[in-house]
Design a protein around this ligand. Sequence first.
Ligand code: P53
Length: 474
Amino acid sequence: MGLRKDFLWGGATAANQLEGGYDQDGRGLANVDVAPVGEDRRAIISGEKKHLDFDDEHFYPAKEAIDHYNRYKEDIALFGEMGFKTYRLSIAWTRIFPKGDEKEPNEAGLKFYEDLFKECHKYGIEPLVTITHFDCPMHLIKEYGGWRNRKMLDFYENLTRTLFTRYKGLVKYWLTFNEINIILHAPFMGAGIVFEEGENKKEVLYRAAHHELVASAMATKIAHEVDPKNQVGCMLAAGKNYPNSPRPIDVLAAQQADRQNYFFIDVQSRGEYPAYALKELEREGIEIPFEEGDRELLKEHTVDFISFSYYSSRVASGDPEVNEKTEGNIFASVKNPYLEASEWGWQIDPLGLRITMNDIYDRYQKPLFIVENGLGAIDKPDENGYVEDDYRIDYLASHIKAMKEAVELDGVDLMGYTSWGCIDLVSAGTGEMKKRYGFIYVDRDNKGNGTLERTPKKSFHWYKKVIETNGEDL
Ligand code: P53
């Protein structure tokens, strides 16, 4: 009974949301750098509004973020103090290949992550590395159109081979693309795509998705060749879709909404396009740009484990009259009257995590890894900078409890759990700093004011105890 003895407890971040140092040591610019905080962000990250450079009107939070690039030792020491067994982070592609299409990597960038991984190992922390977490070199967007272009496979191959070779022995857990299904909702952030007028958006998206899926299989192949100890996972923005009612049209709508997400994992884990997707794309006259060898690559190099983020369940309706949607989330959903919501309108559903885990495990029967979960909330520090975040503890405790039930009562094989934003960082959806997820408070606001000082919150001490007791003491 209980979680695995070697259960990987930890926290998760993404390069562009915490590193800063956007122009340090030869780093090039990426899509995420030019995404500002404020009301234009949504249109920009969804590729509807073309915005490829900095301007004076906006504030760009990723430029400095929380300056982790220069403070990573202090931050990792705090993770070590909490007893992290793993730390999920992402590589900024433009530190390694500033433009993206160079033959030779930037040594300073490679060295940065090497030092960071060594720092993790000092505390017995196993790095879990997302290769692409919402970043695409700006040069590849301007020159090639991002993932709509098949040439991206060559650049990604060069990137991944470089990483696997250089970090052999330092890293063994890899994720190819963060939330690969986000391409359908925020394609500029997910795949460097900006739409042109009049084009068939769905076609653009599924063609780009094909490139990412083949790139992911190729990376999996290379990872295993370079070191058979490497374990590669896919990564899904998960959250079960409930039917809005028992009406069959709602049940069908929920099934279809789930399939829209599972489509990606079906390819990455089962190794082929599912029948429902082939039919749908064929019906709409969308041709998947298969090239020679793609089918074999997908079939032979499926992932070793399935990772996912979970913040909320979702609701789908087959009735066009039903349109009361939740706010503040890229994944729009019908409102669930039985659930409370966060300050950003994300509905809170711990049991939904157990349901989602069961759904995914039933479907793929591979080990699962929860690599994101958490509550984005406004914290109010006292005069010493201390935050009593009982609301965050409640959220996390109830989700960890449901996660344990999926393991202990339902038999799901679970490798680990990394909460999102273990240190306060920039929000991906809104670009805000005030939407905080961390165990560690960072003194910085939406406009970039603050000392950047780090202060453990109440949840810091709580999580330390959770890890110490392997999840027994919540
Ligand atoms: P923020 C939407 C829905 C589910 C997950 O999100 C999402 C998003 C994007 O907003 O993204 C993941 O910061 C993502 C992280 C992100 C985190 O969820 O908008 O992998 O980069 O920060 C939380 O509150």
